[in-house]
Design a protein around this ligand. Structure first.
Ligand SMILES: [Zn+2]
Length: 309
């Protein structure tokens, strides 16, 4: 059954119910009664839920013209490949660095296979190339007409080098992808998804500064949902944890701890941080695992050391 949350008269959140769990991956539908756009597709494995959600929101599939992805990680964009094939009238909007990987996902799949092994397909689904003529590369500052509004593209590296956030100039909602962190509805806790291989703490902080300055009316996180109210608090919580966890991992590395030990320590620390909050901590782990968090930091610190020594 489709789980929808109408956010504005034209914007609807579709809960993709990844791995049978609610509130892990969101897709956002913009539909004005004539044409429709999507921001984030989620993975290929939840495409049926997405299509059901679009229809349940009242939008015929023929109305869907534009599909925007924030970056090409599989939990955000692998669904775009299936949509492009099933709905040949759509165009996929992506960062120019991400575009070639959507047209030829072989490198993306090879690195994902190293990470997920046999589980790759059951987790993320079957990923197919998108014909290059269907892909639209968009750049920082571009303003793209969407149904009843305009979407501004914001280059926001840090989580990945090729990451965009999208700002809806009408509703002033900001679609953050992963640069806005992972936060469960109603929970005052933001986790930085510090996945390898492109984590860059300083770039991430610069992106946060840029997004803070926008005066958004709310944040639409892919993991998970719309947050209004004190956005300053949200950015502060994200930034301080991004830095604090990074320092904790660095201190462990300097003491010679191995990766498995660091994972255990970070998990213990995070579980303590979450202990007094009313949330199942696994909701955060589905969006990003401790192994992935730590691997991202370790890779970042090894690159930083290599460039300063
Ligand atoms: Zn990501």
């Amino acid at each position: 059954m489709a789980l929808l949350r109408p956010l504005t008269p034209t914007i609807t959140l579709i809960d993709l119910q990844f791995q049978g769990r609610v509130e892990t991956i969101a897709s956002y539908l913009i539909y004005d009664g004539e044409t429709a756009a999507l921001i984030e597709t989620g993975p290929a494995s939840t495409i049926d839920t997405l299509l059901e959600g679009i229809r349940a929101a009242g939008a015929p599939l023929e109305a869907l013209r534009q599909i925007f992805v924030t970056h090409i990680h599989l939990d955000h964009a692998s669904g775009a490949s299936v949509l492009a094939r099933q709905l040949p009238w759509t165009r996929i909007y992506v960062h120019p660095v991400g575009a070639p990987h959507l047209a030829d996902p072989s490198k993306l799949l090879a690195s994902a296979a190293r990470l997920y092994g046999d589980e790759l397909e059951s987790l993320w689904g079957t990923i197919v190339p998108i014909p290059a003529e269907r892909i639209v590369s968009v750049n920082d500052g571009d303003e793209i007409p969407i149904p009843s509004s305009t979407l501004r593209v914001l280059e926001t590296p840090g989580h990945a080098r090729h990451h965009h956030a999208y700002f809806d100039l009408n509703s002033r909602l900001l679609f953050t992808g992963d640069i806005g962190g992972v936060r469960m509805p109603g929970v005052p806790y933001v986790r930085p998804p510090t996945a390898p291989p492109e984590l860059d703490i300083e770039a991430w902080r610069a992106s946060i500064a840029r997004l803070r300055a926008l005066d958004a009316s709310g944040l639409c996180l892919t993991h998970f949902g719309l947050f209004r109210g004190n956005l300053e608090w949200h950015w502060n919580d994200l930034e301080q944890r991004l830095v604090a966890w990074g320092e904790a991992v660095r201190a462990q590395l300097e003491q010679g701890a191995d990766e498995a030990t660091i994972v255990q320590k970070l998990k213990a620390q995070a579980e303590q941080e979450l202990a007094h909050l009313e949330v199942d901590p696994r909701q955060y782990d589905v969006a990003i695992s401790y192994e992935s968090l730590v691997a991202g930091y370790i890779r970042y610190w090894s690159k930083t050391r290599a460039s300063t020594s």
